[in-house]
Design a binder for this molecule. Structure first.
Ligand SMILES: [Zn+2]
Length: 406
């Protein structure tokens, strides 16, 4: 590729990003933000407007001179398909380039109860259903978020701990052949971490960790503005760090993984054990005196109603979540940690307990240096899947980017 073409792509990329994150902008604003000459900026905005990537608005407020038009990013020029694979369900949605969800379809599906081939066909069928009616030329690609380590470059799933038959699956290649669309695959926590980085735009923290304690416990790590995946896709698997060498055997092959204490699964197992050992709780009635039929939601409900045993289990889980955060700070030293827990939003006292405990137990960082906040993004997993395509389209180095084809 000619050097001038590369320079043009990079400059054009700067213009698109400036308008997307700071728009609406006048030509003078674009010159100020990108350092381009006025003539070059004018040529670029004309080209981007012709492609439909920006819309012309205006004129801007008159300051006495010639009135300037304003340019605003058009997030609906292309659409993204987001796919989220979970153990027992699949979500497929259409998003615009600002990660707004246009359409969403969520279906229960037991991946463990079907062959890999059946699972892949099911995903493909769901994608085909949501894109029916869209012009394929306007679909920028399909981002697939999966619950386990991935070889990102190859789009190959190494293994899904909780869906054991999904091992060494070249999902990107297979889906691209079936759908005839660009496909990007990554681990869910990496997608979600990067989603926060994108949503925060130019103000985003360069070092950020997304820590999820939902079905399992995992993290996505952003270092210097890029996802840190490691050489084998294992980086961030904090849930499988052992904190009890004699502990219970985990699906990952390790003993006493922190996931067994901090996650919803750990909370559920702890409640079952307590009921079986004869502890007094309103849960006994809730589960019909059958501890094995207990659900996580029953524990949360009982704790909200003041059940002492359920509350005690949640406080214990909070202790382990604080240990996770403490480990994250010491391993990666981020300025921002986003904690994703479906139940902590309803127990603010436990959230503050966790934050206080973290800063009481470490002398390495001060409270004002690290922000620990709860996830407040709706449909984070679907938006995270969409982020995969957003990133690949906005990467000026990517020759396949639809946004930068001239
Ligand atoms: Zn494990």
């Amino acid at each position: 590729m000619a050097v001038t073409s590369l320079v043009k792509k990079r400059n054009m990329h700067d213009v698109i990003k400036a308008i997307k994150y700071h728009g609406p902008l006048s030509n003078a604003d674009i010159v100020r933000l990108t350092g381009l000459t006025s003539a070059t900026a004018t040529n670029f905005t004309k080209e981007l407007a012709d492609k439909g990537l920006i819309n012309e608005e205006g004129p801007a407020d008159s300051t006495g001179g010639r009135r300037a038009f304003l340019y605003r990013f058009n997030p609906k020029r292309f659409y993204i398909v987001g796919v989220v694979i979970s153990i027992k369900k699949i979500s497929v949605g259409i998003l615009d380039l600002d990660l707004n969800i246009i359409q969403k379809n969520e279906c229960p599906y037991d991946f463990c109860g079907h062959t890999v081939e059946q699972g892949i066909q099911y995903i493909a069928d769901k994608v085909k259903t949501v894109i029916a009616g869209y012009d394929m030329a306007n679909i920028a690609g399909v981002g697939i978020s999966v619950p386990g380590p991935v070889n990102f470059e190859k789009g190959l799933i190494y293994r899904l701990t909780n869906i054991p038959n999904w091992k060494n699956i070249a999902l990107k290649d297979i889906m691209e052949k079936i759908l005839n669309l660009k496909v990007v695959v990554d681990k869910d926590s990496n997608c979600n971490a990067f989603c926060f980085h994108w949503l925060d735009g130019d103000n985003g923290n360069k070092n950020l960790v997304y820590l999820s304690t939902v079905e399992g416990t995992g993290s996505g790590i952003i270092i210097n503005g890029a996802v840190h995946r490691g050489d084998h896709g294992v980086a961030g698997e904090i849930g499988h760090i052992s904190i009890d060498v004699n502990g219970e055997l985990c699906n990952c092959g390790n003993h006493g993984c922190i996931e067994h204490f901090a996650s919803n699964l750990g909370i559920l197992n702890s409640a079952k054990e307590k009921l079986k050992s004869g502890c007094v709780s309103s849960l006994t009635g809730a589960c019909g005196d059958d501890p094995d039929s207990l659900s996580f939601e029953m524990i949360i409900h009982a704790a909200k109603q003041g059940d002492a045993m359920s509350s005690e289990i949640l406080w214990k889980a909070a202790d382990y979540i604080s240990v996770c955060i403490d480990n994250v700070i010491k391993a990666y030293d981020p300025s921002q940690i986003i904690l994703d827990s479906r139940w902590l939003n309803d127990f603010q006292d436990l959230y503050f307990y966790i934050v206080n405990k973290v800063f009481e137990s470490t002398n390495f960082v001060d409270r004002q240096d690290v922000s620990i906040r709860l996830n407040n993004v709706d449909e984070l997993f679907l938006k995270g899947a969409g982020t995969l395509i957003l990133e690949s389209q906005f990467n000026w180095n990517n020759g396949e980017s639809l946004l930068l084809q001239f």
